[in-house]
Design a protein around this ligand. Sequence first.
Ligand code: P1T
Length: 387
Amino acid sequence: MSNHGFATRAIHAGQAPDPSTGAIMTPIYQTSTYVQTSPGEFIQNYDYSRSANPTRTALEANIASLEGGKHGIAFASGVASLAACIHLLKTGDHVLLCDDVYGGTFRMFNNVFNQLGIEFSRVDMTNLDATRAAMTNKTKLVWLETPTNPTLKVIDIAAVAQIAHDGGALCVADNTFASPYLQNPLALGADIVSHSCTKYLGGHSDLVGGILVVKNRELADRLYYVQNAVGAVPAPMDCFLLLRSTKTLHVRMDRHCSNAETIADWLTQRSEIDRVIYPGLESHPQHNIAAKQMRGFGGMITMTLKGGLPASRKFLESLKIFSLAESLGGVESLVEHPAIMTHASVDADKRAALGIDDGLVRLSCGIEDGSDLIADLEQALDAAAKA
Ligand code: P1T
């Protein structure tokens, strides 16, 4: 499959008609255990569904192929897949984290793994000199998101992976915002790619999941060990739903990108808005890096409304097609307020330093008609201006 195009791999990789019935869709193997012919003699490599399940195996192979990796290791959520990476570490190890990350990722380091003696520090990874200077002799993981959540900074994956390797650390890239259709961090030197499958991979806001993809067999074995030993595995039904979803990833992403590009351009003309952040705009500080490492600029837009909380609150309450909700990457458009919602667990001073203020609003542009989305934004901006 590896020599086929993205769309062909999205539809076929990891899947073959079911050998017992010919069913074209991989069945939901809703089973916890598997009969053995003699103690330790398995019929097909399966003994217990925490360790492995055929629906999950198909999903892991499918997404591994889309990322240009060899091994997929699936989890029950995006944060469970991130936690599995940290289980590779031991007390006293240090993680270098990019300064702008999903609030739950920050919370996991700050409130959970910090208590166990895993140290971390944050740095603006768009500044490569600062990133190099922030490495310590204890740094074992260099952790980036790109584009970042929610301020959409674009980090040069190849350059940061090189800095990690020069310091003897692994580079983990959270590719959730781009999806494998737009960006493949393994090809740029990252060692582990992580996804919240809840977002673009799932695409329909109907499941929670996560996955790691790697090229290296030894690293994969360590992560499979954590997957089984810690046990945050996805259910067969969710693996099935994800397999159905990845078949249309390329089609959905094209529409997410084209809607977001049109909307971002339109927003830049509006006087109610201070700043529009979209990697596809030439005004984006890392637009050239985005153009170099991404095949499209994604479906996420972040903007700052003039008028602070009263204006952003009125805007969010007035939208009719964009739904006010956490999450992103579904076919339906979503909007949220990072300071109150997804990034509430980030300390106020850190939020302020990143510009996550009360006027900041994040849009996940869905795949509806772009003209309807713009009309919705227009009426909500008009309402906010009167607030
Ligand atoms: O929600 P979960 O599937 O556990 O994924 C966590 C996660 C990991 N990485 C990134 C970049 C994310 O954005 C997320 C989850 N983010 C949201 C729920 C959100 O609205 O930003």
